[in-house]
Design a protein around this ligand. Structure first.
Ligand code: GDP
Ligand code: MG
Length: 166
């Protein structure tokens, strides 16, 4: 099994951290500054029976300039070309305007989208279901997987679920 997977989400939700956790080395640029990763960053995850090329996808989130519109189109093209997209959200921050904007973009593509609830190490277990319900009311996701990219919790499950779409 092999394929391409795009990682999308507003700045600081943990896209680079997830990529590093999966690939096991520091490929993606980590920064608290938004839009540091201007270009798609590819990381390749390989096991005996699976190969996934991960794309860190900047430009899906809201921008103010004309250049921003162009980047959004580029990001949409990328999303249309992958086998699955991971929409990362921050469990601790909850649903915000940035998330809503990205969900509107995701509605324009036919690619299966995973809702990946990151930073679950920062919320109490009983907080998780209400968060999931909020996002589910806005879009129909192919799969919903809560993880901690930083600690690696449930990341194996995420990879297993991705295997179904390759
Ligand atoms: P990106 O902008 O989406 O690429 O986000 P980064 O990967 O750069 O992460 C932004 C910040 O969130 C960093 O300080 C990370 O250490 C932190 N972070 C990422 N994932 C987790 C997680 O699962 N738990 C916690 N507590 N922090 C996380
Ligand atoms: Mg990043």
């Amino acid at each position: 099994k092999s394929g391409f997977v795009a990682i999308v989400g507003r700045p600081n939700v943990g896209k680079s951290t997830l990529m590093n956790q999966v690939i096991g080395q520091k490929i993606a640029i980590m920064s608290d500054k938004p839009q540091t990763t201007r270009n798609k960053i590819h990381g390749v995850y390989t096991t005996d029976d699976m190969q996934i090329v991960f794309l860190d996808t900047p430009g899906v989130h809201k921008r103010q300039s004309k250049l921003g519109d162009f980047m959004n189109q580029t990001a949409l093209n990328t999303l249309n070309e992958v086998e699955a997209a991971l929409f990362l959200v921050d469990a601790a921050e909850g649903l915000g305007g940035g998330d809503r904007f990205i969900i509107e973009q995701l509605k324009k593509v036919k690619t299966p989208v995973f809702l990946v609830i990151n930073k679950i190490d920062q919320v109490a277990p009983e907080q998780l279901l209400p968060i999931i319900d909020k996002y589910r009311s806005l879009h129909e996701f192919a799969e919903i997987v809560p993880i901690s990219a930083k600690l690696g919790n449930n990341v194996n499950t995420l990879l297993e679920q991705l295997g179904k779409y390759l």
